[in-house]
Design a protein around this ligand. Structure first.
Ligand code: ATP
Length: 367
């Protein structure tokens, strides 16, 4: 993408009020945000906080009342139906329910999206594109089936193919995993991330699902119609996740939360956390607890957000653990530090810091 390409989404000072006969309800209050080229932004927030309203404004699916919404270089405030239609043709939409037409085959559903986008492609090119994208989402063998013959996860993957077949520069996804089981949900977001990265597509994804937050380049949190700052949002997320874990098993929650935080601190002590370290943290957390992979992701997310809050607040925290736990703790920190090769000097120092903060005996031979 060229350096001059406009920022795909620029929202400035947008407020929105639903007016009914009975009352007016303000759901967005002076919201400003941007989505950079190729960036994946996840919009979170409690039910009714205005997430869907915001992405339907960005998608030109409802009229902007005040402020400014520029999508793919086009201002939508006061835009006529024709201009809003042009924006819609360039955006890919993925909904909670796949909304495929059951009277058409999967391939015909995807083809219809391509034809509606009015791109200048021959019939042969259109067919190639449709087959290519369906193979890409793993539905190469199901192109002639009707949606009712496929599982929920397969239909959602067909929905992704339908959104991406036009090679849009922007994808708007509203709760794409809400009606899927854990594994299908994970597959669906991984696929959205992979394909959008390949095509350089920007994404705004609304979700309640904390397990998929890791795909985001940026998380924006809406609370009462306002976008919270990153630290406010992190604090909100952390306390919600902590409450959830605490309810589950308070003792384990305290240990896991300190453990995941320490692992993450060590991994981030040098040049930042990389894939090998991330995988090692997952393995260590999996091996040391009865948590499912989804819960491990939740704990990792919690640790990352705790770490960000800590870096801002300088809060150390304290906990008391048994000698066995301390030993396991330290062994695991070394395992994560060594995951990307040598244990670096910065990682060694961070392990020392953590051991000191938690009152662990440190084997000086290892340092
Ligand atoms: N057409 C409408 N008329 C009146 N009120 C509406 C309308 N659509 C949404 N609302 C109200 O506006 C508020 C924000 O709705 P919105 O769907 O944007 O929130 P949300 O954050 O996406 O919620 P959820 O997570 O439950 O989908 C809600 O209280 C909703 O009831």
């Amino acid at each position: 993408m060229s350096a001059e390409a406009p920022v795909p989404v620029v929202v400035e000072n947008v407020s929105y009020v639903y007016r009914t006969d009975v009352s007016d309800r303000q759901v967005l209050d002076d919201v400003s945000m941007q989505i950079a080229p190729g960036e994946i932004v996840i919009l979170t927030g409690p039910s009714g906080s205005g997430k869907t309203t915001l992405i339907t404004l960005i998608g030109a699916l409802r009229a902007v009342q005040s402020g400014s919404v520029q999508v793919l270089g086009r201002e939508i405030l006061n835009a006529g139906e024709r201009d809003r239609c042009r924006v819609r043709q360039q955006v890919g939409y993925i909904f909670q329910h796949h909304n495929l037409l059951d009277s058409l085959t999967v391939a015909q559903n995807v083809m219809m999206s391509l034809q509606l986008s009015q791109q200048k492609l021959s019939r042969k090119e259109q067919r190639q594109r449709v087959i290519e994208v369906l193979e890409r989402v793993g539905l190469g063998e199901h192109v002639d089936k009707h949606p009712r013959a496929l599982s929920g996860g397969q239909n959602q993957r067909a929905g992704i193919a339908r959104a991406l077949v036009t090679h849009p520069r922007l994808i708007l996804a509203d709760e794409p995993t809400a009606s899927l089981d854990k594994e299908s949900g994970r597959n669906v977001v991984d696929l959205i991330q992979e394909l959008c990265r390949e095509q350089g597509t920007s994404v705004a994804l609304v979700t309640h699902d904390n397990r998929i937050l890791d795909v985001a380049d940026n998380i924006m949190h809406l609370e009462d119609g306002k976008i919270q700052t990153v630290s406010e949002a992190m604090a909100t997320h952390s306390s919600r996740m902590l409450k959830l874990l605490n309810k589950h098993d308070p003792g384990a929650a305290q240990y896991l939360s300190a453990f995941a935080l320490a692992l993450t601190r060590v991994a981030m002590a040098d040049s930042g956390i990389d894939d090998a370290e991330r995988t090692m943290i997952r393995t260590v957390l999996n091996d040391s607890s009865k948590l499912s992979p989804g819960e491990v992701d939740l704990v990792m997310e919690l640790a990352l957000s705790q770490l960000r809050c800590r870096q801002q607040d300088g809060d150390g925290g304290s906990a008391v653990f048994s000698a066995d736990q301390a030993q396991h703790f330290l062994d695991s920190l070394y395992a994560v530090a060594a995951a990307d090769g040598e244990v670096s000097p910065e990682e060694r120092v961070e392990i020392q810091n953590i051991a000191r903060e938690l009152g662990f005996p440190v084997d000086s031979g290892r340092l």
